[in-house]
Design a protein around this ligand. Structure first.
Ligand SMILES: Cc1cc2nc3c(=O)[nH]c(=O)nc-3n(C[C@H](O)[C@H](O)[C@H](O)COP(=O)(O)O)c2cc1C
Length: 193
């Protein structure tokens, strides 16, 4: 079964490293036959939150917000590539997420793929995202992927390298299979109305 999946990433830093992991997730999910797009918060460039999508009368939201709302609604599932800043979540991705509500996010699975420069692999960020994604109506899949030493685990093209890269390869397939299971479950439920 082919699913429409979105990989979301939100560092705005010029020297950002997490884009390697976002690219890796896109490539691996596409290799499993899915229709995958990267949602790069920096490239989309929503402003710091003022009005949410739901605060605009229908058809009056700014174009980038309207386009993203349609893209989110059409997805079968989400993968959040979660970096860790000061034991917490990255503001760029949180800002993008907060612009939308349950109609755009809800009723579908979300998987968490965390990373950091250190050995904690963004685990604290992953834990912090969990209730936020749940509050928006996503079913957060039990499996998570965590990548420590990000620049030593993936090269600039998003190719796994070293021990960290091997560990990522071992964990990603099971994670993806679980995301697919939940995406199918959500699709089946939706089909029943
Ligand atoms: C503001 C800031 C705070 C950080 N805090 C943490 C942290 O709490 N835990 C951690 O493991 N790494 C931390 N780091 C290191 C990041 O894991 C590392 O820089 C990573 O590459 C950030 O993701 P990005 O390159 O995609 O922006 C921090 C980095 C920055 C810039």
């Amino acid at each position: 079964m082919t699913f429409s999946l979105l990989v979301l990433y939100g560092s705005y830093r010029e020297t950002r490293a997490g884009i390697r992991l976002a690219d890796y997730c896109v490539a691996r999910l596409a290799a499993r036959g899915h229709d995958v797009s990267l949602i790069d918060a920096k490239a989309i460039g929503l402003p710091m939150l003022d009005k949410r999508y739901m605060d605009y009368p229908p058809g009056e939201a700014p174009e980038a917000m309207e386009e993203l709302a349609q893209t989110l609604r059409a997805a079968d599932g989400f993968v959040f590539v979660a970096g860790e800043y000061n034991w917490g979540i990255q503001p760029g991705l949180k800002n993008l997420v907060d612009h939308f509500g349950n109609p755009e996010w809800g009723g579908r699975p979300a998987g968490l793929v965390s990373y950091s420069a250190g050995r904690m692999a963004g685990a604290r960020s992953s834990s912090a995202w969990h209730p936020t994604l749940s509050s928006l109506g996503m079913a957060v899949v039990p499996s998570t992927v965590a990548v420590g030493g990000i620049t030593g685990s993936l090269d600039e093209s998003g190719t796994p390298i070293g021990e960290g890269g091997s560990a990522l390869e071992r964990s990603f397939a099971g994670f993806a299979a679980e995301l697919e299971w939940w995406a199918q479950a959500a699709k089946d439920r939706k089909a029943r109305g």
